[in-house]
Design a protein around this ligand. Structure first.
Ligand SMILES: [Ca+2]
Length: 405
């Protein structure tokens, strides 16, 4: 693949999510009546496309700070003994116990490439963790001029991580420290899913069938090609690819009740998306985007095109969506099947009200916390766990307010 040098200005733009500029068309697109009509069903389904937040019902939940002093925490996972694992982007993996005590770093974990958005990302337990002690870590790996997204497996034994093994890495390497993807999850068939980004400077790779960048990838627990890999119906498609046309996906969640796979990704300036992932589908980037420029005009004239799957919803302006969960649990009885999505820039947790596979409303939570939200997970107790994104990052827990129980 072509390697280009990312300028300091572009890096700043990538990091701070400033305007990226026109994708294909120098002349700003003006929304026409016909396009407005075409967009109407989506607008109706996603009433919060405008900047005004929906009602915040903080009284419905109570908030506890379980732990603080985490340095840019990225992901949390639940251990069978009641403790949690937390990754920090700088490369540390730690335990948090039920009293909120944060352990020293677990030793033996792989050293990520730490720069800008790069570092240690997700931690995921093997389904047989109780006997195998196997966990999976996703991370940025490599050097400033040649880096990629990796998955490393190993065994967690007390304060050490043993038998570290790279089971998969994105084949294409790049020279940018951004847009790694890096979310991992088990699908309903026991295969491993990985989101990958477009590397910011390589957005055409998201449409390149031979590239693993800008995709959702599906693999076996040891990083192989699944025997039942679904036919993507595209000649020459990389055999790991489940879906393509993604930009910077930082949320991935599998509904434990239905097996449906949801993914969230950052748009350029606006156009953040939640997608329902179907094998073989093209999600559009960079051919279509709901992203806008500062004038409010469309960057691309295309928000929809034949053969491209629409997002379930898009957020314009961007929330800078990060972390995604499907609520299944006994604590919030009215929220079954709803999506929860963190927002870094919006400093929010969005609850997306789902009914029969459709978005019927949204609620903006946690604005009172005034923190960038990096990750959201549902605990085995049905409570909602959230990580804030800062040098003094917090692990928060939401439970129903006593009055709403
Ligand atoms: Ca899209």
């Amino acid at each position: 693949m072509a390697i280009s040098i990312l300028s300091a200005a572009a890096l700043l733009a990538a990091t701070k999510r400033f305007v990226v500029g026109p994708l294909f068309f120098a002349v700003p697109f003006v929304m026409t009546a016909s396009r407005l009509l075409a967009a109407a069903p989506l607008l109706a389904a996603a009433p919060l496309l405008a900047a005004a937040p929906a009602s915040t019902q903080a009284a419905d939940y109570q908030l506890e700070t379980l732990a603080e002093g985490l340095v840019f925490p990225w992901c949390t996972a639940f251990l069978p003994d009641g403790r949690l694992l937390v990754t920090e982007r700088g490369g540390e993996l730690r335990y948090v116990d039920s009293d909120g005590r944060v352990s020293a770093p677990i030793t033996g974990t792989p050293a990520p490439y730490v720069k800008s958005q790069g570092g240690l990302f997700d931690v995921l337990l093997a389904p047989d963790f109780a006997s195998s002690r196997t966990i999976y870590l996703s991370l940025a790996a490599g050097t400033p001029t040649s880096n990629t997204t990796q998955i490393v497996s190993g065994q967690l034994n007390g304060s050490t991580f043993n038998n570290a093994k790279v089971i998969f890495e994105v084949a294409q390497r790049k020279d940018t420290p951004v847009h790694y993807g890096g979310r991992i999850a088990w699908d309903s068939t026991g295969h491993l899913l990985l989101t990958t980004g477009d590397g910011f400077n390589f957005r055409e790779e998201a449409q390149n069938p031979k590239s693993q960048m800008g995709k959702t990838l599906r693999m076996t627990a040891t990083g192989g090609i699944p025997a039942d890999q679904l036919d993507t119906k595209i000649a020459g498609m990389d055999p790991y690819v489940l879906s393509y046309g993604h930009r910077s996906p930082q949320g991935l969640a599998v509904d434990s009740a239905t097996g449906l796979v949801y993914q969230s990704e950052h748009g350029p300036k606006g156009g953040d998306e939640i997608n329902l992932i179907t094998a073989g589908n093209n999600y559009g980037w960079p051919i279509v985007s709901y992203g806008l420029d500062y004038s409010g005009a469309y960057i691309s004239p295309y928000t929809q095109r034949t053969g491209i799957t629409d997002p379930l919803l898009n957020w314009t302006p961007s929330t800078a969506t990060s972390g995604l969960a499907v609520y299944r649990g006994s604590a919030f009885t009215d929220w079954q099947g709803d999506l929860l999505a963190g927002g870094l820039v919006e400093k929010s947790l969005r609850r997306v009200d789902m009914e029969n596979g459709k978005v019927v409303g949204q609620e903006v939570l946690l604005r009172e916390v005034d923190e960038r939200i990096r990750d959201v997970r549902i605990g085995p107790d049905g409570l909602i766990y959230v990580l804030t994104d800062s040098a003094d990052g917090k692990l928060l827990r939401l439970s129903p307010a006593p009055s709403s129980r």
